[in-house]
Design a binder for this molecule. Structure first.
Ligand code: GLN
Length: 493
């Protein structure tokens, strides 16, 4: 059941928050052994939160917009006194002394935190196979990955463990797993959701956002968690415009651009004679869904054109310098002294080395080394400096594109969910998963992935809508049109 129906039932007294919670806990208890979505289920804490929601409603207090809704949190979001591991041995026993702002806001809205979900260690990965505690599986097919790094959150929503979850997105980690698990994922504009209490990966790219079973729930959750926070110096001052109010207003008159470089095989891109500018490797079954999505938007009154943003093909290379560079700096704090794991040794330097060697997994070490190299004297200008220039170029080109169209349409991922183990031996192959999602992180712009039909293998396909800064209302109401069309097509089968 979706979050908005649950809230209506809990508010009207049809069901208690406790009953709703028990149902979800039972489902988790019977099915999560197979999926591995949760690192930790907060049974006792959730029960007392649900009871508090019920008591407040019984005493006539106003019920929040998420009253009684079970929410799962990616395990890189700080929860006071509750383990926050980042799926790393380094933080396995660490309990933060404070709650992330998003956690405080969820609780204040009446949400019930059910647990902490699995992720690629420190959010580095695209399949949730980099977790120190074992992988999460895709609820649609247990032999496939759920995507990553917020794979536990996406799998939890897809499996009905909680109607809502939070993820973090540095290069696609909300949208890519949402696409592979057939749920909705929103990466908000940088600065719209406070990062206070999100364990940092790459601070100029990281953003927290909702993963939900439908667009309305994603919008409601976004409204709850967004807004200025003085505890995040990059938090935007602007008052948040409502995204739920206009959700059913449709797309009449909207200008949609099909992003040529990421849709080379699309019928429309070929007709425009632009297929040669594109990246290869986007699967034909994904492109075919994308063409259908463009048709749906056109039929609903939008104009669809083909738009070229040449620098988009450079995004992956720039990201895999900038993100590791920032990560190498952010992860320097895990020194065996201040947080988490310590392996004792003869002196401080050796203790530091031993602790980091034992605490970090292979991918995290790879990123730290890549990032340290890219930042080192003599290489800084050639690598990190150049990547920053690409980032500026991309921002300029996207800003120009948004002078002509209101939003851009492209796939979320090159393929549907792949088999566990299929890409673990080749990091570059894994990185290529992020080619469509990375651009919005580099520009700081928002983007949403919405499920739209299935691929040849019967697994979910996600369509991505990208827009300029603060365009969440337009993105979500466009996503709602695609969601309705996908539901109608499904019902007609
Ligand atoms: N898959 C990308 C990476 O490995 C993005 C991760 C993320 O968004 N947290 O860096």
């Amino acid at each position: 059941m979706n979050a908005s129906s649950l809230v209506a039932e809990v508010r009207s007294g049809q069901r208690t928050a406790r009953q709703v919670l028990e149902e979800h806990l039972a489902r988790i208890a019977s099915q999560d052994i197979e999926l591995g979505a949760f690192n930790l289920v907060l049974t006792d804490e959730a029960r007392s939160q649900a009871d508090a929601v019920d008591a407040a409603i019984a005493s006539g207090e106003p019920a929040g917009p998420l009253a009684g809704v079970p929410v799962a949190l990616k395990d890189n979001l700080c929860t006071r006194g509750i383990p926050t591991t980042c799926s790393s041995r380094m933080l396995q026993h660490w309990r933060p002394p404070y709650d992330a702002t998003v956690v405080q806001r969820l609780r204040a809205a009446g949400a019930v935190i059910v647990g902490k979900t699995n992720l690629d260690e420190f959010a580095m990965g695209s399949s949730t196979e980099n977790s120190a505690f074992g992988p999460t599986r895709n609820p649609h097919d247990l032999s496939r990955v759920p995507g990553g790094s917020s794979g536990g959150s996406a799998a939890a929503v897809a499996a009905g463990f909680s109607p809502l979850a939070l993820g973090s997105d540095t290069g696609g980690s909300i949208r890519q797993p949402a696409a592979l698990c057939g749920v909705v994922g929103l990466k908000p504009t940088y600065g719209r959701v406070s990062r206070y209490g999100l364990v940092a990966f790459a601070s100029s790219l990281d953003q927290i956002g909702p993963i939900a079973a439908n667009v309305t729930d994603a919008a409601t959750c976004f409204e709850v968690i967004s807004g200025h926070d003085p505890r995040d110096s990059t938090s935007l001052e602007s008052a948040a415009e409502s995204v739920t109010a206009g959700l059913q207003h449709g797309v009449e008159g909207l200008r949609v651009g099909l992003l040529a470089e990421l849709c080379g095989e699309s019928v429309r891109v070929k007709q425009a004679g632009l297929q040669s500018v594109g990246l290869s490797g986007i699967a034909p079954d994904v492109i075919s869904q994308l063409d259908q999505a463009a048709d749906v938007l056109e039929a609903a009154g939008a104009t669809v054109s083909v738009v070229s943003v040449p620098s988009v093909v450079l995004g992956l290379s720039a990201y895999y310098l900038i993100a590791p560079a920032e990560a190498s700096s952010n992860l320097a704090r895990y020194d065996g002294v201040r947080y988490g794991l310590r392996v004792d040794a003869a002196n401080a330097a050796e203790m530091n080395i031993e602790s980091r060697t034992a605490g970090f997994g292979a991918e995290v070490k790879r990123r730290i080394m890549l990032g340290t190299y890219a930042l080192s004297a003599g290489y800084y200008d050639a690598y990190y400096g150049k990547a920053l220039r690409v980032r500026t170029l991309m921002l300029r080109e996207f800003t120009n594109a948004y002078a002509d169209v209101d939003l851009l349409l492209c796939p979320t991922t090159p393929t549907t969910a792949f088999e566990l183990g299929a890409k673990t031996a080749d990091p570059l192959l894994m990185y290529l998963n992020d080619v469509c999602t990375i651009p919005s992180n580099l520009t700081g712009h928002p983007a949403v992935s919405v499920p739209f039909g299935v691929g040849d293998d019967g697994l979910p396909v996600g369509v991505q809508l990208m827009g300029p800064a603060l365009s969440e209302p337009v993105l979500l109401r466009t996503a709602a049109v695609l969601e309705d069309a996908a539901a109608a097509a499904q019902a007609a089968l």
